[in-house]
Ligand binder design. Structure first.
Ligand SMILES: [Zn+2]
Length: 443
């Protein structure tokens, strides 16, 4: 809707009405009695390991039986999940129709993965999947202490303000949801105070944001040695990776807890952080297997997330290798009391990498900006072997010395002979969904 001509050419107050009406219809479709019921059931698992186990095994059994019965790709496999083969995005893409259930009744919603690794994968879902997904979102809100009518800010890449528009306001309002929606595409340094004021003036009680968008605001607050002036219950982040350092920074500057959610469009796994900062694998959302994948630099065991979706009977994926990695934890219980298994952290998406001097792909780039002052954002671009361009948003503390330090850090990680250029920009390059990728490598 946001890219059509009528919306784009309308005055701001009409845009608010259009956007609010659309949100109203979506809300009515998703948040029905069934969704409410399921949300309650999900919440009841949180502290009850027996109920969780039962729900988990019952759902997995149903998924496998249905898959075997209806899905061409799975017809030759038995009930035991260990007999199903591992699959990945490339395999699904080359057998697209073989994963589709013939039981296509009702509304079908199509969407696709972002395609940071390989070709995008298009996945259909029915209304039931949308409602179930909503119940899991509701539970996350419950974890974060957010109530139904709380005022919320939404900073998540909806193109509510045309990208070419250079003058604010860069936010709109969704009246029935008590929500201010802010554009992720206009987060240039000179606009940031306006964003913070808009949320404060609206009296926002919770924020739902892309990590890159909220971190940009937190770094801005830090660089002005100030704090968010409103009172927040919590912040929910999702859809990009959020490092431990950035999470702590956002919590400090916005003076509330960040609840981070890892999910993916394939819906084969969900991991959520609680008020004690532990990441819990939501074993009622999907069946997750953790395949050993070596050791991290800090000595922790690394594992790849492999998942089986519980919630898409139209397009079930069993033992789907995500390519995303987690680091394992030795903790078996969390002070929050919830019974879901704990992992230490989620590593960056495997899609973002650079090619080092020795020709190897380097995925973990979080360490490169460490210890460099004045940096607000960093993004690596590589179009040629042995050449890397680093885009930087910064404040005045990013002096010539710091620039040199950044160059040294890149060389230390990727090779001393690599040619590095640093470019100071207003804003980093965003995807069409408003996300910021850590690295864009076209080699
Ligand atoms: Zn916990």
């Amino acid at each position: 809707m946001f890219t059509n001509k009528v919306y784009k050419l309308s005055p701001v107050f009409i845009q608010n009405i259009l956007l609010s009406s659309r949100a109203f219809i979506r809300k009515k479709l998703r948040e029905n009695k069934e969704c409410e019921q399921l949300t309650k059931e999900l919440i009841s698992h949180d502290y009850d390991s027996e109920a969780l186990k039962q729900y988990q095994s019952k759902t997995l059994k149903n998924v496998l039986t249905e898959a075997q019965r209806n899905i061409a790709f799975y017809q030759r496999f038995a009930d035991d999940i260990n007999r199903f083969p591992y699959i990945d995005k490339a395999e699904v893409n080359s057998n697209k129709d073989k994963f589709l259930s013939p039981n296509k009744s009702g509304v079908i919603i199509k969407g696709s993965t972002s395609g940071t690794t390989g070709a995008p994968l298009s996945i259909p879902q029915n209304m039931q999947s949308v409602i179930t997904e909503q119940a899991f979102i509701n539970r996350m809100m419950h974890w974060a202490g957010i109530q139904h009518n709380d005022k919320r800010a939404w900073l998540r890449g909806d193109m509510i303000v045309p990208q070419e528009q250079k003058k604010g306001p860069f936010w709109r309002y969704s009246y029935f949801e008590n929500m201010i929606l802010l554009s992720s595409f206009h987060l240039a340094q000179k606009n940031l105070d306006g964003y913070l004021n808009a949320m404060q003036n609206y009296g926002v009680q919770a924020i739902q944001a892309y990590p890159s968008s909220i971190v940009t605001l937190a770094k801005h607050l830090e660089s002005n040695d100030t704090y968010y002036q409103g009172t927040l219950k919590s912040i929910i982040t999702s859809s990009e990776s959020l490092s431990k350092e950035d999470k702590a920074l956002v919590e400090r500057r916005f003076k509330c807890t960040v609840f981070d959610w890892y999910g993916l469009f394939e819906r084969v796994a969900a991991i959520a952080s609680c008020e004690h900062g532990r990441y819990h694998i939501l074993t009622d959302y999907a069946h997750v297997e953790l395949l050993p994948a070596g050791k991290a630099e800090n000595g922790r065991d690394r594992a790849e997330i492999v998942g089986t979706n519980f919630n898409n009977s139209l397009y079930p994926l069993v033992r789907y290798k995500t390519g995303d990695h987690v680091l394992l934890s030795d903790e078996i219980s969390c002070p929050c009391g919830r019974v879901f298994p704990i992992i230490d952290s989620i590593e960056g998406r495997m899609g973002d990498y650079l090619i080092a001097e020795d020709g190897q792909k380097v995925h973990i780039l979080n360490h490169i900006p460490k210890g460099v002052s004045g940096l607000l954002g960093v993004q690596f671009h590589q179009e040629e072997y042995m050449k890397i361009r680093v885009l930087v948003t910064c404040n005045n503390d990013f002096t010539a010395d710091q620039k040199l330090k950044l160059v040294c850090n890149v060389k230390e990680r990727l090779g001393s002979k690599i040619d590095i250029t640093i470019a100071i920009v207003d804003d980093l390059v965003r995807t069409k969904n408003g996300k910021v990728r850590q690295a864009i490598c076209t080699l």
